[in-house]
Ligand binder design. Structure first.
Ligand SMILES: [Fe+2]
Length: 336
């Protein structure tokens, strides 16, 4: 190979490496869900869970936990079916969005470009679907939460709003979980295509992947995939909020019981992440997890931890409680 040719090739591969480095997500930003009982769900999220209502329109509400810095991290949309409409990820840099658009074109994946301002507080975005049909949104710009309402405004500069005294009052939106038929295939796509690291997984005796947990940030996971025991396609399993302590988790369980909110499972402790949890059903049928604890990950070359079948149950719950059957079969629909 001539020296000039070699230099050109090196330059091309350097460019490719840079593009690959920039073509990644930064973190999970928010989730948009359809709810059949809009007012009842709004009551749950504001009065029982204690999220802050940022804005409300006809049939739509924008919400956030008290230390979520964004304008919103949850969108409720009045709908005929309870479903997930969009899982929204911030990309790593301003250039990343265009690089993803190019990559989607090159990969022959259908996508839609959403112009800045079409969605509340959001800049340009791209909509497309994963192999299991999960609706993804990528964006770079999103307004931060700002308020001059004295009831919300905190004197502490690190607090985008005051610690909320209402309801459970989780610190922040944490993660989403989806049931899919083929966990391994879905995980590999999310890792390869979006750059979301694989953190840990559970295999069964037949070596089938039962669950995979992934994150781009250093929390144990921002998205998880669990095997749908019915093998009837993707279902949205739950959205989750983070609490500061086990005391707050017990308090949350009491608040749920007082307000007639069904606790499906817990309090319990996941062996995989080390986080303690409860799962509840909100009035429109979405499963919501509240959790606390869990390990953090700092290594840039993390290798996914395998939980084999002999310890898999401890991974799911390490104190001995068993999940109800609904936990492996029930989820709401995936929206169009
Ligand atoms: Fe979870």
């Amino acid at each position: 190979m001539s020296k000039v040719k070699e230099e050109v090739q090196n330059e091309v591969s350097a460019q490719q490496r840079l593009e690959q480095h920039l073509r990644t997500v930064a973190h999970l930003g928010h989730v948009e869900i359809g709810v059949t009982k809009f007012e009842d769900s709004l009551w749950f999220y504001t009065e029982v869970l204690g999220l802050v209502l940022t804005e409300k329109e006809e049939g739509r509400a924008y919400l956030r936990a008290w230390q979520d810095f964004d304008h919103y991290t949850l969108v409720l949309q009045e709908s005929e079916t309870s479903e997930v409409n969009r899982m929204s990820w911030r990309v790593a840099t301003e250039e990343s969005l265009d690089l993803f658009e190019k990559y989607l074109k090159d990969s022959n994946i259908d996508f839609q470009r959403i112009e800045s301002g079409q969605k509340k507080a959001l800049g340009d975005a791209i909509h497309f679907k994963s192999p299991s049909g999960l609706p993804i949104q990528l964006y770079w710009k999103k307004e931060l939460f700002e308020t001059d309402d004295p009831k919300l405004q905190s004197q502490l500069p690190s607090h985008p709003s005051k610690y909320n005294v209402k309801g459970v009052s989780p610190r922040r939106f944490d993660h989403v979980n989806i049931m899919v038929d083929d966990v391994k295939a879905e995980q590999e796509w999310w890792t390869d295509f979006l750059g979301i690291h694989h953190r840990y997984y559970i295999q069964n005796e037949e070596d089938t992947r039962l669950g995979s947990w992934l994150s781009r940030t250093n929390i144990a996971h921002e998205i998880a995939f669990m095997r749908n025991a019915n093998q009837n396609g993707a279902k949205f399993h739950h959205l989750a909020y983070f609490l500061d302590s086990p005391d707050e988790l017990i308090r949350a369980a009491n608040i749920m019981a007082e307000n007639g909110i069904e606790i499906e499972w817990g309090p319990g402790k996941h062996g995989t992440s080390g986080a303690q949890f409860i799962y509840v059903f909100e009035p429109s049928g979405h499963r919501v997890e509240l959790w606390t604890g869990g390990f953090l990950i700092f290594s840039p070359d993390w290798k996914a931890i395998e939980w084999t079948s002999d310890v898999g149950e401890l991974g799911l719950e390490m104190w001995g409680s068993k999940p109800p059957k609904s936990y492996f079969t029930y989820g709401v629909d995936i929206g169009e």
